[in-house]
Ligand binder design. Sequence first.
Ligand code: DAH
Length: 346
Amino acid sequence: MTTGSDLIAQLERLGDEFAAVIAPLADEQTIRAAQAQFLGKKGQVSEVMKELGRLPPVDRPLVGQAANRVKDTIAAAVDARLVALAAARRAADLARTVDVTLPGRPCGGGHLHLLTQVRLELVGIFAELGFAVAEGPQIETDWHTFEALAIPKDHPARDMQDTFYVADEIVLRTHTSPVQIRTMQGHPPPIRIVAPGVVYRRDDDATHSPMFTQIEGLVVDEGVRVSDLKGVLLHFVNRFYAGSGGGLDVRLRPSYFPFVEPGVEIDMSCRFCRGGGCRLCKGSGWIEIGGAGMVDPDVFAQVGIDSERYTGFAFGMGIERMAMLRHGVNDIKLYYEGDLRFLDQF
Ligand code: DAH
């Protein structure tokens, strides 16, 4: 027959056992699990207490007191163990030494993309001549892109600039020339701007991409002449291709663009053979770098500028092409692929 003192002895044994169980445990989770095994609803202390009902009532209070003592002992043991573990962790942290004299891990420096470098350089060169930078949207109206530049809907010049239509009258601009229109609409002459930016066309081969960048130039003032255009272009090619040793010439070859009259292709003397003729310039000694011309009076009429008083010139060049010619890049896709073996060279 179980007596009160039997139960008290069992409870005290549980207290001792618990101390032995948690002594080797090193993390809070397993310590709490052990605590539950002893003190939980189905824990060992509860098991012992189930016997309480069988005791004569006079013995019960002493057993109850013993049970409370065991619970306190177990709780105190848990606390003490957790405090000891935390102290040990902190001591280990403090004991760790850090060698502050070790060299840092190198992290490679990045740099601007070649096209960005070239664009900023171009803007800088034209800034030397007093040009400001103008910008326009890449998603442009058909009117700014074509109509206002004297390229009506049925004009054959549209075939060379097939593009992506966002809506009936909204296109991805095929050239930076619409910035001419926006600038002239927004500012009275004198105007002297360059407009670098992204353009889109239905083109795709080693030297053409559906997305590429151009730089446009526009000067409008009284007395602006073709010789001014040529002077600006001469300055530009000799600054941009300075590595060629200077003395590069520019040739304006009659051509047709609807928004200029006369219109020209801009050729510069081949910087590789210096006019002698080589594979790059196909033996001609000249390399084409863009289009230009004197602003057509029809265009002035569209934007309300008096063509009796003002004249102007405009030009447009491809930035990828200029960088290709200077750095010997032979595939336009290299610019956009993000391959560091290419990008790191510049
Ligand atoms: N916008 C033309 C193109 O992308 C290039 C051009 C030609 C621009 C003549 C001009 C210009 O400003 O006067 O093909």
